[in-house]
Design a binder for this molecule. Structure first.
Ligand SMILES: [Zn+2]
Length: 332
């Protein structure tokens, strides 16, 4: 899968199956004097668990050799297994503080998030029967996750030792608010998680505010900012959370940013004939989607509308519980 590329000798990639359309997840194994570190662990899914055990055995290790687990973000394909694994291995669990409540209080947080999404989809103009379907499907995904209580924080500017080398923690919110990348400046290596994938444009999924009453974060706006920031770093190779390694980081980021610009232009054009709901715009852009993908598409369109709003190109107003967008100068 990664022809002609060699990683530092203390680092391995383990590719683990997931039950999700995204396909397998890449987790990274770092050997050090203080034992093994896993960067992400995969979902709570029998084939994933088996694959992880097998691959550790192939490398000459057992689960109990894992001393540290680093979770790049709180999505179940990356961290669903962490609770069981940390307990079995007695490992420390590191993550960004923005992931803590979802990781540790999964059941309660899940309910808060589902209620938030139902309200957001309603405001977007999604028909009630589809909101119910989305809710049901998202609920079903809970089985791939067990709660895990992180024991230590990793924040922007922190450093950690992997294989005796110093890696920097970069907080890159966008795809998820708590997402971190790890950067090794001498080798110019970036463990990019889902911030940068070669074959998929990472969807910056709308998320509720960390605390009720606060403003909802603009994930696509943040995501594009964080892509630009990564493009300024010298990077020889990015090691992503899914799919092949990425040697041409700057080119890929330029393509991603152009793609998002183009999509925003398409949406602005659709609004030229009058005000529309987010759901209506989503159907025009993506007419044939199943409920989960329609949810992701609505989330993406919300992101683009927020970018356009920030640029002063569109405005919106809520009427009878549904938000309508139109071309117009910023009211500010
Ligand atoms: Zn993710």
């Amino acid at each position: 899968m990664h022809p002609g590329i060699t990683l530092p000798d203390y680092l391995d990639v383990l590719t683990i199956p997931t039950p999700f359309p995204v396909g397998p997840v890449n987790i990274y194994l770092a050997r050090g004097d203080d034992g093994l570190t896993l960067i992400d662990v995969g979902p709570r899914f029998e084939p994933a668990q088996e694959a992880l055990r097998e691959k550790l055995t192939e490398c000459g290790y057992r689960l109990s050799d894992v001393r540290r687990i680093i979770l790049t973000h709180a999505h179940s394909d990356h961290c669903g297994l962490a609770g069981e694994l940390a307990e079995e291995a007695g490992a420390e669990v590191f993550s960004h503080p923005a992931n803590f409540s979802l990781l540790a209080n999964y059941a309660d947080e899940r309910e808060r998030w589902l209620a938030f999404y139902a309200a957001l989809m309603q405001e977007a103009g999604m028909p009630p029967d589809q909101i119910v379907q989305v809710d049901r499907l998202r609920r079903g995904m809970s089985r791939y996750m067990t709660p895990v209580r992180p024991t230590a924080t990793l924040k922007e500017g922190d450093t950690l030792q992997l294989g005796g080398e110093e890696w920097q923690v970069l907080h890159t919110p966008g795809h998820s608010g708590g997402l971190i990348c790890l950067y090794q400046p001498q080798r110019q290596l970036l463990i990019s998680s889902d911030h940068l994938l070669r074959d998929i444009s990472s969807n910056p999924i709308v998320e509720p505010p960390e605390q009720e009453g606060r403003e909802r974060p603009r994930r696509l706006v943040e995501y594009m900012r964080q892509l630009q920031r990564i493009a300024e770093l010298p990077i020889e190779l990015a090691l992503p959370g899914h799919g092949p390694f990425i040697p041409d980081v700057r080119d890929l980021i330029a393509r991603r940013l152009a793609f998002h610009d183009e999509r925003a232009r398409q949406i602005a054009k659709l609004l030229q004939n009058g005000a529309r709901t987010t759901y209506d715009l989503t159907l025009s852009l993506f007419p044939h989607l199943d409920p989960v993908n329609r949810f992701l598409a609505v989330s993406e369109v919300i992101g683009h509308l927020e970018v356009l709003e920030l640029q002063g190109e569109v405005i919106s107003a809520v009427e009878d519980g549904v938000r309508r967008w139109q071309i117009g100068p910023s009211p500010r």
